[in-house]
Design a protein around this ligand. Structure first.
Ligand code: H79
Length: 441
């Protein structure tokens, strides 16, 4: 019997290690763990979708040939003159909101380049504005201590050599040469990596048939060869599973990219939810904005699931971030200045995000974020093997609690300490890293 158990154990170990080897069977796709950790600790970033399309207020990329005729769309750059663009103000807005990094659209599906690129005239240098927006922003990010990253769409519905058309574009694909387009793309990415020192490459537009898995792997490797500290999202390759955006194994990419939704609880995998502050990615006049409460709850639920939040703003045609959006961000920042300790550098759990809570932890401390303020008291399940030593309101007074057989009853004041999201701090007798996730009812 003993012999049999021994053999089974050895066999399982062999099978497990084979499995692990298979996952890493494609060399050159290993994430830079140090860069990953640094990025995960930041938890909150600003996404910026911007370009000449802000002159129309329609969606970037997607409105070319749909809401805006192609001829009009492709000529908008001739009027793009955002004289009130102020990189210092943008970065200060992000910083004040508690965001630690910025990702900006350098080239969306519409093909317009926001920097003076060597390989095209359809770029910022051909606009009446003329100055290099990307340079100003990347310089300013470094000045203010914000990590600078770049969005880049693999698909390009404007480039003649890209081999898929969209929006009723009448140009035939015969004669288009994807290899030529790929050269163009490599040249542009080299500019972003070496001249603008982008630290995060946020790819998009990988889903069309013009792109494939082999090219995805090649592109990932190329970028890392230029700078081994780069972090690259999973849309570089074809391994994305729907909008939840996690990666299948064997595909390139350092993190998953759920879009317009909070990722599922998954602390084991690096991921980032990208979510708009309103309804549209690019600026839309009178767009319906999410409330400050919704924004804070989104952040808290994301951190409580183990992910980052990349919250998107769409600046206006004159270069300013709309006042309403800036005001909301400021409010989020005020909340973070009090509760940020429960977000930055935190781990998800042990209580899974749910209807009324999220939770994060650090060592022996659990932060329990309450999305609704309960009436009088709350009951929490006991964590087997751990002793609850102290409960308090975050930034506030200690609270009385009573241990039952399997539960702890915590007494709460009548009034929520914070109108958006109050947080309890639970101190246990030892680090909670080994606890299984618990669903709260
Ligand atoms: O850059 C942003 C989007 O333009 C892009 N990814 C984020 C980061 C994106 N790629 N795919 N999708 C969005 C999904 C497509 C959704 C669509 Fe629509 C629904 C396209 C047209 C209708 C919503 C409304 C998005 C664009 C217009």
């Amino acid at each position: 019997m003993k012999k049999y158990i021994c053999i089974s154990i050895i066999l399982s170990i062999l099978i497990l290690s084979l499995d692990a080897q298979q996952e890493n069977s494609i060399p050159g796709l290993e994430t830079n763990q140090e860069a990953l950790k640094k990025w995960q600790d930041m938890r909150f970033g600003m996404f910026i979708h911007w370009g000449p399309v802000s002159l129309r207020g329609t969606e970037i990329g997607w409105s070319r040939g749909t809401h805006v005729p192609i001829q009009d769309y492709d000529n908008l750059y001739k009027e793009f003159n955002p004289l009130l663009f102020n990189a210092a103000e943008w970065v200060a807005t992000a910083k004040e909101a508690g965001m630690k990094y910025i990702i900006i659209t350098t080239k969306h599906h519409d093909g317009f380049s926001l920097w003076p690129t060597d390989v095209s005239d359809y770029d910022i240098s051909s606009t009446p504005y003329g100055k290099d927006i990307l340079r100003q922003l990347s310089d300013e990010c470094r000045k203010q201590g914000i990590v600078f990253g770049t969005y880049y769409s693999i698909l390009d519905w404007h480039h003649p050599d890209y081999t898929t058309r969209y929006g009723g574009d009448p140009r035939p694909v015969e004669g288009s040469d994807m290899n030529k387009y790929i050269d163009y793309m490599y040249h542009q990415l080299n500019e972003l990596i070496t001249e603008y020192q982008t630290e995060i490459l946020w790819f998009d537009g990988e889903w069309e048939d013009s792109w494939n898995h082999e090219e995805g792997i090649k592109l990932y490797r190329y970028c890392r060869e230029q700078n081994n500290n780069l972090l690259i999202n999973n849309r570089v390759d074809k391994g994305r599973k729907g909008m939840q955006g996690m990666s299948k194994s064997g595909f390139a990419g350092d993190f998953g990219t759920p879009e317009q939704e909070i990722g599922n609880y998954n602390p084991g995998i690096p991921w980032e939810s990208c979510i708009t502050i309103g309804k549209q990615w690019a600026w839309k006049p009178n767009d319906q904005l999410k409330s400050v409460k919704q924004l804070i709850h989104t952040l808290v639920l994301t951190a409580g699931g183990g992910g980052n939040l990349l919250l998107n703003v769409g600046p206006m045609m004159d270069g300013r971030i709309e006042q309403r959006q800036a005001d909301s961000l400021k409010e989020v920042g005020k909340w973070i200045s009090k509760y940020g300790e429960s977000i930055y550098e935190s781990k998800a759990g042990p209580f899974m995000p749910g209807k009324w809570n999220a939770s994060t932890m650090k060592e022996n401390i659990v932060y329990l974020q309450l999305l609704k303020w309960p009436d009088g008291s709350i009951r929490l399940p006991d964590l087997q093997g751990y002793r609850l030593k102290k409960v308090s309101l975050m930034n506030g007074v200690g609270l009385d609690f009573e241990k039952g057989k399997k539960e702890v009853l915590i007494e709460l004041p009548d009034q929520a300490p914070n109108p958006y999201c109050s947080t309890l701090v639970l101190e246990y007798n030892k680090p909670l890293s080994g606890v299984n996730p618990i669903e709260l009812k």
